[in-house]
Write a protein that binds this ligand. Structure first.
Ligand code: DGP
Length: 120
């Protein structure tokens, strides 16, 4: 998609620190890491979010799962643990409208959600 920054990374038009890829999925380091391991795993095809994953776009999901497994092992967080996070839509603060899974690890990650603000 023309104006999508992650599509440009897939196309090689913008540089990225790539750590894993196959025909369907690319994994690269987040430009603003919040943990020692902070890798983004994305489908090469443009899909906005998990809300847009249907039967036609679903084939990348197996690659995504494999990427997570292999990146976690390569980063040495497969035994210590890691968090997968996919911000979806405005309340989650999704900034880049191309589906991406954050793989975070390398330190204790604390509670899943910020304790600030109301839970309800
Ligand atoms: P989210 O808030 O879930 O949409 O996270 C988007 C993430 O994408 C954010 O952590 C920063 C990262 N990011 C944005 N632009 C670039 C870029 O050009 N290169 C890389 N490597 N990461 C980017």
């Amino acid at each position: 998609m023309a104006d999508c920054i992650f599509c440009k990374i897939v196309a090689g038009e913008i540089p990225a620190d790539k750590v894993w890829e196959d025909d369907h999925v690319l994994a690269f380091r987040d430009i603003q890491p919040i943990a020692p391991t902070h890798v983004l795993v994305i489908p090469k095809v443009h899909v906005e979010s998990f809300a847009d994953v249907d039967e036609i776009r679903a084939p990348f999901l197996a690659s995504l799962a494999r990427a997570v497994r292999e990146v976690a092992a390569a980063e040495g967080v497969d035994t210590t643990g890691y968090r997968l996070l996919a911000n979806t839509g405005p309340d989650a603060g999704q900034e880049v409208m191309h589906l991406h899974v954050h793989l975070l690890g390398g330190r204790p990650l604390g509670p899943m959600l910020s304790m600030r603000g109301s839970g309800r």
